[in-house]
Structures are given as structure tokens and as C-alpha cells.
Design a binder for this molecule. Sequence first.
Ligand SMILES: O=C(O)[C@H](O)[C@@H](O)[C@H](O)[C@H](O)COP(=O)(O)O
Length: 223
Amino acid sequence: MDLIEYPDREILAMGLADMLAGALRKCLTVHERASFCVPGGSSPGEVFASLSGAALDWDRVDVLLNDERWVPETSDRSNTALLRRTLLTDRAAAANLVPMTTDAAAPEDGIPDLLPRYDALFPISLLLLGMGEDGHTASLFPGGDKLSAAMADDAPALMAMRAPGAGEARVTLTLPVLRDAMETHLLIMGDAKREVLDRARNADPMDMPIAALLPEATVHWAP
Ligand SMILES: O=C(O)[C@H](O)[C@@H](O)[C@H](O)[C@H](O)COP(=O)(O)O
């Protein structure tokens, strides 16, 4: 694990956005398309604001979410809607956003229709993760009803997940596809998450799932 500490959140946002734009440009020099996998949640807002103006071939970038709440895009809980407002604006509006929900009532019913659209996106070219204070990442929640299956080497790329504290049912990328990403960054801010990170470094991934992805991650932190 590499850790980059920034003096404040504004400098983190600019520095990380530059790094992500550089990684996407580099990927696009050797590949026809790049897959860029991003978290929902509140932390990446400033990073996305800065990144959305970056000059790169966004029309060759597929953007996918680490996880989504099984809600329509009209819900204020929708990560997809959040992403449209924060990342897919300005130059980045030209990117292709890959849907992570369907009209089906439950994720189990919608995932079979989604899976074929995901095959071409793996391995993920560039992965940005967030982390909750319980050590979850994507929707790999401690205590999640399908956590062991989603952490197994033979897990399908997408799985449904329900967990105490997660609110509605979720759909999440599973550990094997997250772990196989070509480049992984973790964004965390504030003292509480820094303390969670320190605990996660020696934790069992079933207790703190982020632990399974820390070895390959560059962690970006600001107070
Ligand atoms: O949909 C989600 O909830 C996210 O994808 C999730 O994994 C998120 O990254 C963390 O919960 C951190 O969220 P915050 O940035 O809001 O603290």
C-alpha cells in the first residue's frame, strides 16, 4: 500500500484528479478504450469536479460504478444520478456511463441482464474506491448477506448485497474484478477514516472488506 497525504482537501482533489487523468490518457495511448470504475458517496465530489474538465478522449472512456443502490435514477440515493451531476459534466460528458440498475424489482432479477454489458470492461483500467467507517468498500459490507460469496475467487462480476446499515438492496462489483484492476486508488478524508485505514491494514477482510484491496492501492488522504 502507498499512502499520499495532502495538506488539505482542495489540494487532494487537484492532485488526485491530475493523477487519474494521467492514468486514463496513458491507458488510451495503448488501448482503444479505458474502463474507469468509480465510487458513489460524498467524498469524490471535488475530485470529479476537477477531473471532468480534463482534456482527454472521454468518448473512449467507459465509466462504471463500484456499486449502486437498487433505486431508480430519480431517487436522491442514486449513485448514477450523483455521477451524472458530478463527473459526467463538462468534457467528461462525452464518456459512456454503463448502467448498473434495471427496472426489475430486485437486483437478483436485474443482474442477469446487466452482466453481458460488463464483460468487455474487465480488467478495469482504473479503479477509484471509497471506504465507509465500518471498513466497507463498494457494497462489500461487513455483515453483508452475501459477503463470503462476493469475496470468493469464483464470484461473478456483479452480485446483490443486503446489509444492516446499507439501507436499500445494493448491487456491487465483487472482490475478484476489483482486485484485478490495472491501477487502484482509494480516496479517504478526515481523521476518523484515517484511523479506520490504520485498523484495516491488519484486519480480516471479512471484518473490514477494504483490507482485501489495500495491498494494491494507492491511498489518498487529507484531514
Ligand atoms: O454507494 C456507496 O455507498 C459507495 O460506493 C460506498 O462504497 C462509498 O464509497 C463509501 O460508503 C464512502 O462514502 P462517503 O464518501 O460518502 O463517505
